[in-house]
Design a protein. Structure first.
Length: 369
């Protein structure tokens, strides 16, 4: 229900926003959503978004040489339901720990963008506020700030002890169960064509030595699908356990409370729900209950009552990357990261070691006569 306000334009804005949301939900219920995903217009807009920072890659160049032919061929396959997702190319990265990335073909990645463009606006409002991974206007910085705000609130501005339960889910992407995910999607969407398409994407990948399990880290659609999957857990936390102070970023989540025994008591319930309903398990070495005064490591920062510092492993990785590639853009990026915490000495060290070195390298050399 819309409340009265002395600003009529605000009411109009709210009415328009509600009508747009209802229109989107109506489309999903009555079958137009699949047509929106596979439309040539959506595929071409998705291509433009996909192209960002990828123009020079050979597979992208090859696809773009016959762009309209490729888009029309994909469109026909989607209309006729003859589309099948292709294979993946596997490679490893260190970010910061070793990860297996699986890269789909350009054609399939274009479709991922087309799916994401239409489905994200529908699902995002259904997620809880304190879910921060892969969402617009969210991210790690806002998650850490929310944690700081909650810590102040529970501790009555740090005049009382606050306890933090911090958990990590073991091999998160690798253990997403396809059947459970598809059942969730069927409950949320009545459009059979869209479910068929998502089934094609989901079933295109399996974790090694497991069938019907796992999502690839390289897919844009995986970011949305894991949030849909974990939304079941988020709502269990908020509605069933009625936990007020909770925040999640992908497979990391925290719960804050003034009573340590309360957190110990809910931990088995949380673990049981994850295992029974989502076939996920907590990482036994990454579950802790600590006070904020002892320092809580969450999303790359170690938070204390009145300050936060960069995690040691993040600091080491930063210097390793800067030693390898001390470009101006990299320096600016890390300076932006460091501005989010209490890192004056660290910023000064980087400035002295890298910025001044860059300036000396860029100074024109004076030729001697």
């Amino acid at each position: 229900m819309l409340t009265q306000t002395k600003y009529p334009s605000l009411i109009l804005f709210k009415i328009e926003a509600l009508s747009r949301e209802r229109e989107r939900e109506s489309k999903l219920r009555f079958g137009h959503i699949y047509d929106d995903i596979i439309s040539i217009k959506n595929l071409l807009i998705a291509w433009r978004e996909f192209l960002r920072n990828k123009r020079d890659r050979k597979d992208v160049e090859r696809f773009s040489l016959h762009l309209m032919d490729n888009v029309l061929a994909l469109h026909r396959e989607l209309i006729n339901k003859t589309y099948h997702h292709g294979h993946y190319k596997a490679f490893k990265i260190n970010d910061p720990k070793p990860r297996d990335i699986h890269k789909a073909s350009v054609r399939d990645r274009l479709l991922h963008h087309a799916i994401y463009r239409i489905l994200y606006p529908y699902f995002d409002p259904k997620f809880i506020f304190d879910s921060y991974s892969c969402r617009n206007v969210k991210g790690t910085h806002r998650a850490v700030n929310r944690f700081r705000k909650y810590a102040r609130k529970v501790s009555k501005n740090h005049t009382r002890t606050v306890w933090i339960l911090k958990c990590d889910i073991r091999k998160f992407f690798a253990n997403i169960d396809h059947k459970i995910l598809l059942d969730i999607l069927k409950r949320r969407m009545s459009n059979k064509d869209t479910v068929w398409l998502l089934n094609e994407v989901i079933k295109s990948f399996n974790t090694k030595n497991k069938s019907d399990v796992g999502l690839p880290l390289g897919n844009l659609t995986s970011q949305l699908l894991v949030n849909i999957y974990m939304n079941e857990f988020d709502h269990f936390i908020k509605r069933n356990l009625k936990i007020a102070y909770y925040a999640r970023y992908a497979d990391d989540f925290i719960v804050l409370h003034e009573n340590k025994e309360y957190l110990k008591g809910i931990l088995p319930t949380i673990s049981e729900f994850l295992e029974t309903h989502l076939k996920l398990s907590l990482h036994p070495n990454k579950v802790s209950i600590k006070t904020i005064s002892s320092g809580v490591d969450f999303l790359g920062w170690v938070s204390f009552p009145h300050h936060r510092v960069l995690r040691n492993s993040t600091k080491k990785r930063m210097f390793r990357n800067l030693n390898r590639d001390p470009k101006k853009e990299s320096l600016a990026s890390y300076q932006g990261l460091l501005s989010r915490g209490d890192t004056h000495k660290l910023k000064q060290m980087i400035s002295e070691k890298y910025f001044e070195k860059n300036q000396r390298n860029q100074e024109p050399k004076v030729q001697k006569n």
